[in-house]
Design a protein around this ligand. Sequence first.
Ligand SMILES: Nc1nc2c(ncn2[C@@H]2O[C@H](COP(=O)(O)OP(=O)(O)OP(=O)(O)O)[C@@H](O)[C@H]2O)c(=O)[nH]1
Ligand SMILES: [Mg+2]
Length: 719
Amino acid sequence: MKTYQTDQIKNIALLGNSGSGKTTLAEAMLFEGGIIERRGQVENKNTVSDYNEIEYENESSVYSTVLYTEYQDKKINFIDTPGLDDFVGGVISSLRPVEAGLMVLNAQHGIEVGTEIFARHTEKIDKPLILVVNQLDHDKANFEKTIESAKQSFGNKVTIIQYPYNTGPAFNAIIDVLKMNMYKFPEKEGKPEILPIPEDQKDKVEKLRNELIESAAESNEDLMELFFEKGTLDEDEMKKGIALGIIQREIFPICCISAKKNMGIGRLMEFICDVAPFSTDMPAPKNSKNKELKYDPKGSASIFIFKTSVESHIGEINYFKVMSGEITEGMDLVNHNTQSKERLSQLFVVAGKNRTRVSKLLAADIGATVKLKNTKTNHTLNISNENWTFNPIIFPEPKYRTAIKAKSESDDEKLGEALSRLHEEDPTILIEYSKELKQIILSGQGEHHLNILKWHLDNIFKLETKFLLPKIPYRETITKVAQSIYRHKKQSGGAGQFGEVYMIIEPYKEGMPKPKKYKVDGKEINVSVRSVDDIDLEWGGKVIFYNCIVGGAIDQRFLPSILKGIMEKMEEGPLTGSYARDIRVVVYDGKMHSVDSNDISFKLAGLHAFKAAFKNAGPKILEPVYNIEVLVPADRMGDVMGDLQARRATIEGMHSEKVFEKIMAKVPLSEMNKYSTALSSLTNGRATYTMKFAKYEQVPPEIQEKLLKTYEEEQKEKE
Ligand SMILES: Nc1nc2c(ncn2[C@@H]2O[C@H](COP(=O)(O)OP(=O)(O)OP(=O)(O)O)[C@@H](O)[C@H]2O)c(=O)[nH]1
Ligand SMILES: [Mg+2]
């Protein structure tokens, strides 16, 4: 394969709702570019892009797939992404190496939830989009409605380049407003006939062409002047204007295809070659030295890894974009995230399951390499005298959690290894070994996401596992002042133990004045502070420990032991064994024994005094509450709201956002179990949500009651 120059390479991501036809389009693009000789079909489990067993099984993409095709002396690198929100990680990582997205719209449905989600991701990072209306051959295809909803979503920036002459099973022709031609496709696959615009379309085309010329002119002052001078623009001038408009996200051009029937694909690729941005047209990425790298093929060799995957027979494959310079086979680079030396012993260009060895890749190109020792997604590799890195790709917060366990304890270690490998391949899978909950908590983007992970553990790693209900990280705190006196005394045989502690505890609030005076059981207790420990707890919140011992009632050296006892109880709260937080402790008196007092005596006295005071201090269980945002089509708003209310949600607002309604609410984590599945079934998969930890809040009394009972029973079982 020839080496493509930086100004011959375009990189795009295929984006769109699940089922819109991205994988089918990918297949057609490979075919049109002569990379494959026969087009496979998703249903026949023989596409180049969906080549993993799990993708065959689901007939839907799970992973992003790197592909390339060749057209008109250019190389188009493109990445087929999964359309299900569960696999959004594959979309986010694919957006990094590309200059633009090809958003595939399904002509049956127009803008769908996936379209909206992925459009938002491109907006956040300012990447342009080309909109492709697919499935125009489908009997439910409705081009006008699709454009209408696209305009609701992208505004008047939606600009028609092409429209279908006819839709439905009879679909066989596209009117091209830029080329001023009609493309008529033969019944069976083959090159289209290029015909003049039919008479009955002339008025419509004229109107659309004027709109297109105006949009193109608006993207650049010179073009605007030219347009005023001549009253029109020629094709090349229009292309220039459209290209600029695309980069500025002022133009979202509309192209028309049937991926399944391979109609319009060649013309779409020509359009990409003509107007989609080159890497050098986009703002230059900055490295960690704040230097702009302009994809200079003569610069220092540098690559950024945007995807790591593990393939059978090969092992780990790292996919990269050449950020600068020229990469050659056998080159030695340094990974500046791990400081490891790495040799690029083999270089490939990749079209899904097919890899082609190459000897050289230039700046802006996308390739893959194998057998690196210590390199994965988000790492930068440079020649040894350059030590910059690039910003990592930021993956979205998890929104679905479960606990996992190996069926056999002897597999625990294997499970740990498998999970960390799966995390490397998919950074949206997070694994936490929770000491607090005594569970392995897996978090991801949805139930389907984690079920696919389990499928891998069962089928690829041959590890039998089961999912368990994930425990909730409750917290405990107090709501009022309480006092306790505890004497720890033990006299058995030899040395005895003795320690007595007088303690007051109260809820901690930020900015409270120092403790001075308390009234407990009608008695006034005055305290004066000798020293204070202000402790930020690992699990959130605070404990403030005041040493108010006067007159040597307890020796100073025992105070740390008392605190130790308190901390032990804070780590395993008296109500349910959860972490306690936000408590102020005042130790103001006590007694000691000249022989029997020691550290352990005061630790135990501290622990029991704290536990006793806690029980009288209006103890409360706190639960984690999350901010959630749901995007839902208006017709399902009522159902989704009702369901949220049943989950003890506090609705904080709602408003229309383009084609969706957005609901903002606070919901306790304990009520969010399986939410992604519930939302999906309430809306036929037409809604999405995000969630983020907000705060801890007291649980309602009836739930506290239930939790206390459960804990009590668990404790009894243990005895
Ligand atoms: N009629 C018709 N069907 C199409 C067309 N393109 C794709 N399909 C069908 O739509 C279904 C989904 O196609 P895919 O290519 O897998 O869609 P995708 O966008 O890759 O879906 P995900 O991988 O789930 O995101 C398949 O059954 C295709 O055969 C088209 O142009 N016309
Ligand atoms: Mg797909």
